[in-house]
Design a protein around this ligand. Sequence first.
Ligand SMILES: *Cc1c(COP(=O)(O)O)cnc(C)c1O
Length: 385
Amino acid sequence: MLDLRTQYARISADVDGAIARVVAGQRFIGGAEVEALERSIAERCDVPEAVACGSGSDALLLSLMALGVGPGDRVVCPAFTFFSTAAAITRLGAVPVFADIDPESFCSEVDAVRRASERAGAPAAIIVAHLFGRAAAMDPLVALAAELDVPLVEDAAQAIAARDDSGNAVGGRGDLGCLSFYPTKNLGAYGDGGMVLAADTGMAARLRLLRDHGGDATGRHEEVGINSRLDAVQAAVLAAKLPHLDAWTNARQSHAAAYRDLLGELGAGVGAGSFDGLVLPVRLPAAPRGPASHVFHHYVLRVPADRRDALRTHLARAGIDSGVYYPVPLHRQPCFASPDGDTPALPAAEAAAREVLSIPVHPELSKDQIGIVVDEIRAFFERTA
Ligand SMILES: *Cc1c(COP(=O)(O)O)cnc(C)c1O
């Protein structure tokens, strides 16, 4: 699914130099490297403020803490996303209220978020996710949050550099936006890292306190924060990698276009009933300021549920990695079971969990490798037809 060794070989001079610089300076937590990265990412994402922290999971946790979410509060979040989107809510003693997703994009979708907000009563916050690198349709979600007067948090951990339906960078439309620099993300560190994007300077200042135990420069603590700081080695590595992000994103998009052409020739489509039910991601324009874009953190097929795992096994035998993100929707996780036992039916999230299959789309993939993946998918469907 990834080829980080090849990526490193191509940028090793820059990365090694960046790491050596930090080691020579002996300033390992915070400092100029971290501040410079915060400014570069804020600029890159068109937001006034960016606050670095220890991980994407902590970015979510810190966001909710900064918004004052606490015990008993209800927070709306997607039922189909990475675990930590909802875990941040539970960690604060608040209750996740799960929203269904858009079946076509796998992202948050306004009608489902509205229904979940109604179930929640008066939610303390709404979290939406840009899943797999696809930007959610933000205009209606921003309007809904304004109508309900609820703060909006974007989980953009998988979608750095994607643009939404109004051409704005993801992460900058809500009150707060969360990024992850986990090594496998589109912009990955050499360890954990994350960042919160903030439109409001007061909110950014609060996040800076909360990530450092809640204390100010005089040693006074108005409240208890957490320890979640980005270290300078990670900031330096990320700064060395950031200039390559556009080229890597373009490579992912061109691999996705190649899959679409090759699998499309076999008859796979975007609707049911095509090529034995194999469904491809919808084609989206890649124009940097065009309509909503997709940065293909994952290239996600839908495969009929009864054959998904068999296709996975077939690919594995041919030496091809694939992944199922995510096999269990969050509202079906035992740890999030509601005390009154009433789990809502969220059909789009449940179908996605049964049908998704991610195939390799990382920037270092070659055209030959893409051809092999397509050939093996064809062989599987011919054999099982
Ligand atoms: C990776 C990810 C996170 C968490 O980021 P970490 O840096 O791994 O803590 C949160 N949400 C989504 C959607 C993610 O993909």
